[in-house]
Design a protein. Sequence first.
Length: 241
Amino acid sequence: MSLLILAITMNACGNGENKGNGQISNGENADNGNNRERHIPEGFGYVHEAIPDAKYDIRYYTDDNFVGTRVDGYLAPVAILTSEALRALTKAADELREKGYGIIVFDGYRPQKAVDHFVRWARDPADTLTKAKYYPEVDKADLFIKGYIAERSGHTRGSTIDLSLYDLETGEEVDMGSGFDLFGPPSHHGSDLVTPEQAANRILLKETMERHGFLPYSREWWHYRLADEPYPETFFDFNVQ
C-alpha cells in the first residue's frame, strides 16, 4: 500500500477552520479496522477504536461546512490521530466520562489536500454561499490575516483534534455558546459573548485537555494540539478513510 506523505521542513503552524445540523455518529457505521484493510500508516489510529463511546460529527465529509461541499481527502466519516495523541485523548475522555461527559469529534488528522481545498475556497471572493452560517461577522478577505485559514495546519501533522462534549445521560451535546467552525469572536476562548454556563463548559473541556498534554488555540474553543507531538515538522497527505 503506497501512501503519499508530504514532509515539509518548516515551523509554520496554521489554524483555521462552524457547526451545523449534521448527524452525529458513534462510529458504528465506520468500517471495523479488524476486518478490512487499514488505510492509515503505522503510528496512527482511529478515535472510535480507542474510545468506543466517542461520537463523530465529521463535517468535512459532508457539505455542511464552511466550504459548502465535501472536502478533498475525506473519504469516510472517521477521525484519525497519531498513537501518541490517541493515548492522551483516551486519558482525557476517561476523566470526562467520570464527570458524566462523552466526547464529540469534529476532526482529527487532516490531509494537506484538504488544507489546500480550504485555501482555494478562501481565495475565491465570489463564493460566499456559507457566510451567513460560518463567518457572518468576518470579511472573507480577512480569514487569512485573522488566523482562521492558513496554508499549513497543525491537523496535518496528525496530533490535533477538534472536539466538544455530550451529556452521557441525555446524549445531548453540551452548549458551548457557538458552533464548530464559526469564524469570529464568539468562538474565542475568554469571549464575553457567551453566557457564564457556556463559558464554564468550555473551561471544563479546556482544563481537562490541558491536564492531558494538549494545548488550546485562542480563536477556537474546540481546537487542541498535543504539545509533545511526534511529527512537529511533517505534514501528511494520506486520505481520511
